[in-house]
Structures are given as C-alpha cells and as structure tokens.
Write a protein that binds this ligand. Structure first.
Ligand code: NAG
Ligand code: NAG
Ligand code: NAG
Length: 647
C-alpha cells in the first residue's frame, strides 16, 4: 500500500504516485502535487514557442514511416530490402550510408581495417556537416571504436547532430544530462522525445509495450526467453501459420498481430498483416474489425480511407468491442470520415469507452477536459482521467502525467534527485528507519524517459536481437552498444554481457585493431555500471564483485559496498548477504555486528535459500558459487501509479 503524504498548503489536488520496481517488496514512493502545480505558470515558465502538441495526433502522410520520426536511422543498412538508391544523389548522404554499411559489416566480420575505413567515411561526411554522420561519429568516439575514445568529441558531435534534429543524438544528450543530474536540460529533451515517440502512435490504440529482451539471465544465456523471439524461424510461429492456413480464425488474428506490430522477432509487414486480418474478419472477430478501422485510418498497408475506417469501427463497436469507441470519437474530433467535427459526439463515444474500462477512453476524455473541447475546461477532471489511464499503462497518459509533474512546484524538488542518490537515501532510510526516500522515482524526467524509450529508435533492439539469434554476435554488440548510448538499460547489460562472454573472441573492436583486454574490461565495466545505476541488480552485483576482488579495476571495498547497496535496495538477497559480511568483517563498511546480523536476517527474509550460508556465516563466495546464476535480473522499472486527484 502506498503511504500518503500531504503537503502543508491546502491542496486542491492531491496526487500520489508510486513507482515500484517489479517483483520487489520495497515500499512504494509517494509524490504530492498541490493546486499550484497544475496551474499554467506563465511567469515561471518561459513562453514555449514550439507549437502546441496535438494530443489526438494526426496520421500524417500515408507514406510516413518510422524513419521520418527517426532521421539517420540505420535501417537502410540493416534492412536491405527497404533500402533504395534514390536518396544517394547527395554525395554526403551516400558517404554516410556507405560508412554505416561498412561499419556494420566490419562488426559482423570482426575486420578492424574495414572498421577503420567505415570510420573515415563517416568522419568525412560528418566534417562536411552531415548531421546523421555526426551522430554516428559521436558514437564511435563514445565507445572508442575505430577512433580513440573521447567523451568531449562525442558530446560535441552529438550536440551538433541534435541541433540539426537527429533524435538519437537527442536521446544520448538527454541521458547524459540525466546521469549528470542536470534535470532541467534532461527533462526538456525527454519531453520532446516522448512527444516524437507518441507521434508515431495513432488514436489511442498503441502497440503493446515493446518488451525489452534480455539475452542473459544472471551469467547465463536466457535460452528460454530467447526461444520466443526467433521470429519466422520460431516453431510456434510455424504452428500458428499452419493453423491460420487451415482456416483457424484465432491463428489468423495472431498472424496479423505478429506482422502488424512486428512482435516476437517477426519483422513488421503491413501488407501481410492486412492479408491475415482480412481473412480473420470474415469470421466476424470484432478485434480485427477495430484494427482494420485503425489500419484504414492510418493507411497502413492499404490506401487510407476514413469512410472505411468509420465503417469498421462502427461494426466493432456494435459487437460491444468498446475500445472501438475511441476510434469513433477520434474521427469526430478530427472530422474525418464523418460529416463534420462534433466534440459532443466525440465525448459521448469516449465516455462509452471509459465506462467500459478502456484506458484510451480516459485518456481521450482527459484531453477534452484539459482543452475544454465539448466540455467545460476542468483540470481536476482531466487529471483524474489521465491518472486512471496512466495506471493502466497508457503511454500518452503517462506523458500527460509527466507534463503535469514537470510543471509541478511540489515536484521540482524531486527533479533534483538522481536515482543513485535515491538508492543511497533508501539505504539511509533503512538504517535510520526514516522516510527520507519517499520522493525519488516519480520525477517527470523518468516518466518522460520511459515514454521516450518507446520511440522508433527502439527498433535497434529488434535488429540487435535478430543478429544475436543468428549468431552474428559482433553486429549484435555494435547495435546494443549504440542503444546503450541512448540510455536503454537492457541494451547496456546485454552489451556488457556479450563483452564478458564473447569478448575474447575477435568480435570486440577498439580504437585501432581488436580490443585490448584493458579496453574490453573498461568498456564492460562502464556498461555494467550504467545498468546498475538504472536499477539492474545483477549489474550492481557484478560491479560490487569487480571492486571487491579488484577485477578490471583497483580493489576498493568502499565502492564495492556502494554497489552492493544498489543491489540490496532492490531486495537482492545476495547483496544483503554481502553487506552483512562486509559489516561483519569491517571491509568497506564500519565493523558492526549488529548491522551485519540485520542484513543476514533480511537476506533470509527475501530468499529462504540464503538461510544456510547465513547460518553458517560463510563467505559470500558460498552463495555466489551456488546461487549466483539463480538470481534473475528483474525488469528495471514498472510503473504503478496510485493516485488521487482531489478537488
Ligand atoms: C543500388 O545501386 C547499386 C549500384 O549502383 C546497384 O548495384 C543496386 O542494385 C541498387 N540497389 C537498388 C535497390 O536499386
Ligand atoms: C472509401 O471507402 C468507401 C466505402 O467503402 C468507398 O465508397 C470509397 O470509394 C472509398 N474511397 C476511396 C478514395 O477509395
Ligand atoms: C453533435 O452531436 C450531438 C450528440 O450526438 C448532437 O445532439 C448534436 O446535434 C450534434 N451537433 C451538430 C452540430 O451536429
């Protein structure tokens, strides 16, 4: 249960937000907004000269692809079928693309000479002012790939590229500021990126959460998890396809979904999706009717036709498929496929969806109340609807909530606190039994970051996983390294794990030639470190071990203790045990048998398997040897918002 805290000022709105690390028994975090927070504050905020974001979004030209939202995407080099030669009349663009292609193939084949030539092409294009090449060059400098590692040069080129509109460089900068606790800067960029991410969704129906796929579980490959992501090579896929061909409606629907969203390692293919949906809809499935409505509104794999969209959505809604009401409302807000705009009608549709527990309906109603469209403008109602939708994980609503927090006075304090500091505060909290740590995760920055990470640039993850599954580990490492730079925790730990596991083979490349051992260790260390900062407990443990045993770095008990505390704060039994051990032996932590015992007790509480070693007071080696591999790395952060808007 979240605890509730009220600020002293008489509050119009009391908003409590709890963000729980998944599968952890930690006390949720509570945040409070006051009435002041939701007011437009013209004097404190400089006027925003960017045009108002259209909450309902517009489909954009039918030909719009993810690449329009993600200029400089490496897609042309990764999906050969979609690459065209049309844009290569620009010599710098051609140089850039050839550089990227060479870079990727050099990573695949582990060919340092080719990597060097790729770096030269990219650098030449970057020097000529090609912004996407600048972004790629910044990456090379950042990891020390074909170029000497240089944070300064990396930052500089990302800055140029971001100024020219490269979204991936903006992600890098936002994450850099985030790590440096420069929240004012981070929050601005993440807000913009979150908008761009949302712009690729339509109506209020979003693709399901892109599952971050971990290729490892602890120190071992995550075989079971990976099996599901083999795309068209997957056995389940073959079975589904077979059943679909046999006329099974559910299988047809699933085939359509796999292609429409590009799930389970299957490449997105609208034409194939429409093919299967059209077959399934003959069997009268309302889910498919709604999707066809969306497909016609988007013009995805078909010619856009709002009239048809309206027809399909109406059919779906008649079968009590309530989320279809969102689509109908959307068409009335926009005046597409209907006689004219009618906000009142739109509101009625959204209410119908909301009454039937459709989070999208709540989001849409929130927007109407926020803007005063078809209703009297009412921030309290808007707030309530957004929070209901956000609790159901609706990404646009998360964005709206983040925006409220960003403007929030009560929350400005929270923006100052980094996650690392939160972990420390949590630890202090544990020691002092105080309530110090109640204001950490919910910063607007983190909410925006969560949304921003769903942007089209997350496609890198699919290509990386695909490469890994095909045994192209070098390419997977390259792509995960790029994503790691963008701030994705899963990519950071995947890249680090690949380096540890395969690094001695020739796929790791450094400044010139193959990686030296030092380069490899430093690189892996820095990736694990970033992952641990973002709450990855396995990473925190590895960092702790590295300092404890002096592996790849100087032995340093204090830093080891610090890293174990990160892991401990996520209820990691092994880290608790280690902390107990360090207190018991006065290594890096004050000699304190009382505290040592407390940690041992906690370790047992969290994981009964820790009982034996604790009782025997064996060294941490004991657990490591016997249990290290059984600790699953947990998903970094799940959002669980417990909220009350008061009027
Ligand atoms: C692109 O151009 C190259 C060389 O001019 C040619 O070999 C290749 O077939 C072209 N690819 C496409 C997709 O047109
Ligand atoms: C759109 O769909 C409607 C109804 O199915 C049809 O009458 C109309 O011709 C279509 N419009 C276009 C441009 O294809
Ligand atoms: C808009 O919709 C409402 C409710 O369905 C209806 O009563 C009203 O007449 C419509 N307004 C216009 C201008 O068509």
């Amino acid at each position: 249960m979240p605890r509730r805290t009220r600020l002293s000022a008489p509050s119009l709105f009391l908003i409590l937000i709890a963000l729980l690390p998944i599968a952890s028994a930690l006390r949720p975090i509570v945040l409070v907004l006051t009435s002041e927070d939701l007011k437009d504050s013209p004097d404190s905020d400089p006027p925003d000269d960017s045009p108002e974001w259209d909450e309902f979004g517009d489909p954009g030209p039918a030909s719009a692809s993810d690449d329009d939202h993600d200029p400089g995407s490496w897609r042309p080099a990764l999906e050969l079928s979609t690459s065209s030669n049309s844009s290569s009349d620009d010599p710098h663009e051609a140089l850039y693309l050839s550089g990227i292609r060479t870079m990727i193939s050099a990573a695949s084949s582990g060919d340092p000479a080719a990597m060097d030539s790729a770096a030269s092409d990219i650098e030449a294009a970057a020097s000529a002012g090609h912004s996407n090449a600048q972004s790629a060059l910044a990456f090379l400098f950042s990891v020390g790939l074909g170029r000497p590692q240089s944070r300064t040069k990396s930052y500089l080129y990302h800055h140029f590229a971001a100024d020219a509109g490269n979204m991936q460089s903006k992600m890098v900068l936002a994450y850099t500021y985030f790590r440096q606790d420069l929240y004012d800067k981070a929050v601005k960029l993440y807000a913009e990126l979150a908008e761009a991410a949302l712009a690729s969704f339509l109506i209020s129906k979003e693709p399901p959460v892109m599952e971050p796929v971990r290729i490892h579980s602890g120190t071992e490959e995550n075989k079971e998890g990976l099996r599901k992501y083999r795309g068209e090579d997957n056995e389940d896929f073959h079975i589904t396809e077979y059943q679909a061909h046999k006329g099974n409606a559910v299988a047809m629907y699933r085939m359509g979904l796999l292609y429409y969203y590009g799930l389970r390692g299957v490449r997105r293919d609208y034409a194939k999706a429409v093919y299967w949906f059209s077959k399934a809809v003959e069997k009268g499935d309302p889910r498919v009717m709604e999707l066809l409505g969306e497909i016609y509104a988007r013009g995805a794999g078909v010619e856009r036709n709002y009239t048809k969209a309206f027809e399909w959505l109406t059919l779906a809604s008649r079968q009590q498929y309530y989320s279809a009401y969102n689509g109908l409302g959307y068409l009335h807000v926009k005046g597409y496929g209907v006689e004219k705009k009618n906000f009142t009608k739109a509101r009625e549709y959204f209410e119908k969806a909301a009454e039937n527990k459709e989070p999208g309906g709540h989001y849409n109603l929130g927007v109407l109340y926020l803007k005063g469209m078809g209703v009297k403008k009412d921030i309290t109602s808007a707030c309530k609807h957004f929070l209901t939708a956000a609790n159901a994980g609706q990404p646009k609503a998360l964005y709206q909530v983040a925006k409220m927090f960003q403007k929030g006075i009560g929350l400005k304090k929270n923006l100052q606190m980094s996650q690392t500091k939160c972990f420390e505060a949590r630890f202090a909290d544990l020691l002092l039994e105080s309530v110090l740590a109640d204001r950490c995760y919910g910063s607007a920055t983190l909410l925006y970051k969560t949304v921003a990470e769903r942007g089209p640039w997350s496609a890198l993850s699919r290509w990386a996983l695909e490469s890994y599954l095909k045994g192209d580990v070098g390419k997977a490492l390259l792509l995960y390294s790029r994503m790691a730079e963008l701030g994705y925790e899963v990519a950071q730990s995947n890249a680090a794990w690949i380096l540890d596991k395969y690094g001695e083979q020739s796929m790791c490349m450094g400044e010139s030639g193959l990686c030296t051992d030092t380069e490899r260790h430093l690189h892996a260390h820095s990736l694990w470190w970033q992952a641990s900062e973002q709450g990855n407990e396995h990473a925190a443990l590895l960092i702790g071990d590295a300092y404890y045993y002096g592996r790849g770095t100087e032995r340093d008990y204090e830093r080891a203790a610090e890293a174990y505390m990160h892991a401990q704060s996520q209820s990691n039994a092994q880290a608790m045990f280690n902390l107990g051990y360090m207190h018991e032996h006065g290594q890096g932590l004050p000699f304190d048998l009382h505290l040592a015992k407390r940690y041992y007790d906690q370790a047992v509480e969290v994981d009964a398997a820790a009982k034996l070693p604790v009782l025997l007071a064996l060294t941490s080696l004991w657990i490591r040897k016997n249990y290290a591999d059984s600790f699953l790395v947990k998903l970094r952060l799940a959002l669980d918002l417990h909220v009350v808007c008061e009027s």
